[in-house]
Write a protein that binds this ligand. Structure first.
Ligand code: ATP
Ligand code: MG
Length: 652
């Protein structure tokens, strides 16, 4: 009502307000981290709903992680925007596809594959390619890149060359493996995540009646984190919007961290050109972080090599002063993790809630040593694989078991106790295991118990069937139950989120930037990851690195990104500083590469031989020249054709 109205505009600065009250039509907010982009779009949606300009169920808001989508729903509910759909691209596509599929194909919708890895492995096997875990993962990643980039198997070799991809196998082999994967998947009547998007775009483009019905249903679209949209998602967005223009996008090109997977900020940056009548707003005030954190963030991104138009935004801190960012060097990873556990305990003692503390790392494998250190210090934590929660094997297994339990009528005790006893069947123990995979599994199961507790608190009469229905609803929207504790998460999973205290750990060469970042563009993406990490902190920010792996002897160098950040007077900066300066000033030698597979060579023996240990010493010279031809012949201009989903089944 009228009395509510002013509240939505309070607590917004003039620029944010301008984006909130802009009439329906294209709106674009280009701004740095912590400037209130997400806040602005949630307020805008609530405002439009409140003014009766759009009905909540006509709004579709999309973002990139389930956690972010869940957060947006929570914020919307608080603002009176209940009923608005805030989802990931995939969840939204899944929902739409499930609805339209039977009408188009006159069959049940195909199942989402629960083991894409296995299908890729089968495809690799069929072609006689390596079925080693790592190799299959690389293959799967490359197939994903292709699908996200709207590139089919036939177009792959040329497209990969044009995009400068480092292909894990010969491009033609990859193309064949890709086709074999699609064939295996279609035969099994399975869909992968990208298929959800491909199918819904195809349906909306090819079926005018369905498109019309869809466009009657959804009238207003909002995209958060638009800098990370990939061609496939953009195609889906285009299909959703049609020839209308009621689209609000917000993003920060400096936070593009998925370009390795095909994402590009070009649509964000190009938005004002595409819609000249758009309301374009730039925000500079950072409301999230102390000036100390903001200063460091500006330094990180200020050092970026390339700063295209639209990324030259400087953040201006708004909050009171806080502690200086803390830099610390350790001898090995175990020392680092143990010291951080102690620092976390200190923060907790000073009143910082554990759920307001995060440890962020570059690769998930880094999590283990922190899990161990936190367990040893008896500090509760959760590992953030967030969006994957309901896809985890133990969760699927638990849900199947719970369903069986309903069928047998298993609930005399109260709900949480019932759930606990059912989950014992799938391995829930009273005490948490020490660490690693077992610990992660336990955390998932205990999260299910806590969800039962949450439900009982809200609905005291809820039984097992109601509980499972709630899980199904959450699984569909992929909203993970929360466990109070320190968050352990990858930098990628931390995007859009914020904590009072953030630990950025393992800042060494080879980890950040990651080893395989061996082009300037890849290094720049790593720098943006650091920027994302730094800007997650509201107040306390800790940056650390260890000079050796846990128990290892091999010396590692601190990340090149730290070079200009560690204050000169800092004790950790002194010993290495001169050495690093020397290293930095040395002219870069051309990197040696394996003459067969083109992998970067590091070992001295490998460099001498000119090939990596994995490649055969006697190689077919024909094959080699073919390979060289592929590498040198990079198509300049690539016209990306629409990608056809099925190879041997059809849509009709
Ligand atoms: P990111 O780029 O990291 O996603 P963002 O631009 O989406 O950041 P938000 O998460 O919306 O930023 O806002 C950051 C923090 O600042 C939040 O805690 C938010 O509530 C707060 N905030 C935003 N705008 C204002 C404002 N005008 N007054 C006070 N606090 C604000
Ligand atoms: Mg945001």
């Amino acid at each position: 009502g009228m009395t509510e109205q002013p509240r939505l505009l309070e607590g917004l600065d003039p620029e944010q307000r301008q984006a909130v009250v802009a009439p329906r039509g294209p709106v674009c907010v280009l701004a740095g981290a912590g400037t209130g982009k997400t806040r602005t779009i949630t307020h805008r949606i609530a405002y439009l709903v409140q003014r009766g300009l759009v009905a909540p169920q006509q709004v579709l808001a999309v973002t990139f992680t389930a956690r972010a989508a869940g957060e947006m729903r929570t914020r919307l509910r608080a603002l009176g925007g209940a009923g608005v759909q805030a989802q990931t691209f995939h969840a939204a596509a899944f929902r739409q596809l499930r609805y339209f599929w039977p009408r188009v194909h006159e069959t049940q919708m195909w199942q989402l594959t629960d083991n894409k890895f296995r299908l890729v492995m089968q495809a690799a096997n069929k072609l006689g390619l390596s079925t080693e875990r790592e190799d299959v993962r690389d293959l799967a990643g490359e197939i994903e890149w292709a699908k996200s980039s709207l590139i089919g198997p036939e177009q792959y070799p040329a497209a990969a060359a044009a995009a400068g991809r480092e292909t894990p196998v010969l491009p033609e082999q990859l193309s064949k493996a890709f086709a074999a994967y699609e064939q295996l998947k279609n035969r099994a009547q399975m869909l992968d995540f990208d298929d959800l998007l491909l199918h819904i775009a195809a349906i909306l483009d090819d079926q005018p009646e369905i498109a019309e019905e869809f466009r009657g249903r959804y009238r207003s679209f909002v995209v958060d984190e638009y800098q990370d949209v990939n061609p496939l998602q953009q195609r889906v967005l285009d299909s959703w919007v049609g020839n209308r223009d009621d689209l609000t996008v917000v993003g920060d090109a400096n936070q593009t961290i998925y370009s390795f997977a095909g994402a590009s900020p070009k649509w964000l940056i190009g938005f004002p050109r595409k819609y000249p009548e758009a309301t374009v707003v730039r925000l500079e005030r950072d409301y999230r972080s102390t000036p100390q954190v903001v200063g460091l963030a500006n330094q990180v991104i200020g050092a970026a090599r390339e700063r295209p138009a639209g990324t030259r935004l400087k953040l201006v801190g708004q909050r009171p002063h806080g502690p200086r960012p803390d830099f610390a060097e350790y001898d090995d990873e175990t020392d680092e993790a143990e010291a951080i556990a102690r620092k976390i305990a200190q923060l907790a003692k000073r009143g910082v809630a554990l759920s307001e503390i995060a440890v962020l790392f570059r690769v998930n494998a880094q999590s283990e040593v922190y899990e161990k250190a936190l367990s040893d210090a008896e500090i509760p934590y959760q590992v953030r694989g967030g969006e994957r929660f309901f896809a985890r094997a133990e969760v699927r297994q638990a849900m199947a078991t719970l369903r069986t339990a309903i069928a047998h009528g298993a609930d005399e005790e109260d709900l949480p106790a019932t759930v606990r006893s059912v989950l014992r069947e799938v391995g829930l123990t009273d005490e948490p295991p020490a660490g690693g995979a077992a610990r992660e599994r336990w955390e998932s199961l205990i999260a299910l118990v806590e969800l039962a507790e949450e439900l009982t608190a809200a609905e005291p009469d809820a039984g097992l069937a109601r509980y499972v229905a709630e899980l199904d609803a959450r699984a569909e929207s992929q909203h993970p139950p929360t466990v109070e504790g320190v968050t352990l998460a990858s930098l990628h999973a931390a995007k859009g989120l914020e904590w009072d205290a953030v630990f950025l750990v393992g800042l060494v060469e080879g980890t950040l930037p990651i080893m395989h970042a061996d082009t300037d563009a890849a290094v720049e993406e790593e720098r943006r990851l650091l920027y994302v990490g730094v800007t997650r902190a509201r107040e306390h920010l800790y940056l650390s690195w260890a000079l050796a792996r846990a128990g290892g002897r091999r010396y590692r160098r601190r990340s090149r990104f730290l070079y200009s950040l560690v204050p000169d007077e800092h004790p950790a900066a002194l010993p290495n500083k001169v050495k690093q300066r020397e290293l930095m000033s040395r002219p870069k030698a051309a990197k040696p590469h394996c003459r067969i597979c083109n992998a970067a060579l590091t070992g001295t023996m490998d460099i001498k031989l000119g090939r990596c240990a994995d490649c055969p010493s006697d190689v077919d010279e024909d094959l080699l020249s073919q390979l060289k031809a592929w590498r040198s012949e990079r198509a300049r201009q690539l016209k990306v054709p629409a990608y056809v989903v099925f190879t041997d089944a059809t849509l009709t």
